[in-house]
Design a protein. Sequence first.
Length: 282
Amino acid sequence: MTVRIQDVVESLEAAYPPELAESWDAVGLVCGDPRAVVQRVLFCVDPVEATVDEAVGFGAQLLVSHHPLLLRGVHGVPADDPKGRLIHRLIRSGIGLYCTHTNADTAAVGVSDALAEAIGLTVTGPLAPHSPGSATGLGRIGSLPEPEPFGRFVQRVAENLPTTAWGVRGAGDLDREIRTVAVCGGAGDSQLSTAQAAGVDAYVTADLRHHPASEHLARGAQVPALVDVAHWASEWPWCQQAADVVGAALPDTVEVLVSTCRTDPWTAHAAGTAPDSGRTPA
């Protein structure tokens, strides 16, 4: 059986319907001939130089990324522009690029399901369903097999996600018992109040900012404890999920590979060593 880019796209769009994407998003085939033959597909979070290098080295004919390459208005892709350079290289290498973003975030089984599974949660439903009772929506709510202290839970998250310079940060009482957890892959501070309303013990997401986190915790001891991880790390588990989607839809016809490139932009994390003084906050 000859597999073409359009066959891979159809399998992905069955799992992550494009109509679920936000109106501002840019999902779909960025470059590549839908009729081009595909033998190998690489899955990644970010379409950047490193993952394009990996696709070329793997001999892939299609790169599937979670993040869009051309999200803002684009009037040209000259080769002396960073993104234009990637487009030119992909085309010269015979590699198509397909992006599935917020539709993968809110699909019935999507990015947050992969994050929940990675940290050992049993999912019970969306955090913010599209409608009451809907299987689609942003984030997921799940439970641990057994309750555990928050300090141990933070360690659990760190042990089950790829290592980054950003690391894993926790905010809350380290002895608090954690059983129910909300997760949201990617930047999720917009769902802090939703997680609180859900009554979960902890909320795991990425890119938590100082003021929203501080104001959330100030509401009292019963708000969810917070776990902040690197954006890339929170979404990387989805790559295997998407690869499995294609592998199951097109068995024994295409080879799938998950990128091992750490494309998180942060490359260093230094702990302060200054001694306490009158100028050092307590």
